[in-house]
Design a protein around this ligand. Sequence first.
Ligand SMILES: Nc1ncnc2c1ncn2[C@@H]1O[C@H](COP(=O)(O)OP(=O)(O)OP(=O)(O)O)[C@@H](O)[C@H]1O
Ligand SMILES: [Mg+2]
Length: 375
Amino acid sequence: MITIKHESLAEFIKNYEANADKQPEQFPDQNERVCPDCGTRYPGNRTICSIEGTVLVQPMQRLGQPLVLLEALKESELAQRYVARAYLGMGLLCSGFEGLSIETVEPVAIKVLRHELADDKKTNARFVIEAQMWQALKHRNIASVLETGLIPELVARATSEQIPWKKDIAYDRPYIVMEHLKGINLKTVLQGYGPLGCELTMRIAVNVLEGLHCAHKQEIVHRDLKPSNIFLLPDEAGRIEVKVSDFGLAARMFRQTEWTPQTTKTGSVYGDPSYLSPEYLIEQKTSARSDIYALGCIMYECISGKSPFAGQHEFHTMIRHVKDRPDALPKHLEVPELLEKTIYRAINKEPSSRFDSAEHMHAHLGTLLTGVHAG
Ligand SMILES: Nc1ncnc2c1ncn2[C@@H]1O[C@H](COP(=O)(O)OP(=O)(O)OP(=O)(O)O)[C@@H](O)[C@H]1O
Ligand SMILES: [Mg+2]
């Protein structure tokens, strides 16, 4: 738990929650065009994707679009236990829906693997196994999974009207039902509020590290740690709980041999370029220390508002992870030297030069925070 001392951040979260109903329309804008292969969005007057050369379609025509999927969920076997109600948004891996558990009458989030990725029986089954491993992690800093499994032939039902020529493709679709996180994710905070200052950044990192430690002990690497997977949940008393989501799900994408290359605009690399470790970019290898690297990048961004390897475009950022020293933290931010060193150690290119465990980095930050209080 973190007590929010920054009045304005508390205010920002409160306003965001109060305006939650007035957030922009969540369903895709029908005036847009979207590439059915890579997902890149274009203004309505464009016809061809400049990356894939594919004919662009209206968002709703795209395979498995949210409205269609929502209807299919309502008819699926899941409807016996959950009422799927609204679309939450789409990430690189999943489409998210808000639902209600019939048994507990508690809100839940239902995440369904995007159709482009749900195209192979073996890897779909493996996605569920990864989700089951996440489900087994019980920790206050880890978002909890209620159930996971495969929805039979959801793709066929969801798309047969939209894409008649794909009718014959009928893969079971992996899903995850998880606790509905009422708060706000760190990406939204960084975009809407801006940098968080050193102390709050350290406090968030300490909470994330506690979750990571629990997972790493059980040999589960997150692999896709980024601000949109870190949720801040405020309570009445002005404290915030930190929860990390999407543990290990990206593992399916990291198995190069079984991987379909439409996952991201950046070609044969999965993930958000701002947080990808050099060892993943060079050798497609990840370990617990890759999570520490990602957290170092996140801490840098929380303090300065930008990535330590910010590039002119995604590919440039990836090259910079591999080749460049991180940008210096701006002097005017007055980041304590020990904190600066901690961040640079976490984002060292050489995994063996980083903290050797989440526990180790946690202890280090704990000491720094004690210093903040003593000072
Ligand atoms: N448990 C949850 N409670 C509330 N909203 C959620 C929950 N999980 C995901 N969401 C929302 O649903 C949408 C899709 O989530 P998802 O995790 O697939 O995407 P993401 O984290 O934005 O990106 P990525 O797939 O790249 O991690 C996002 O808008 C996310 O904020
Ligand atoms: Mg996510």
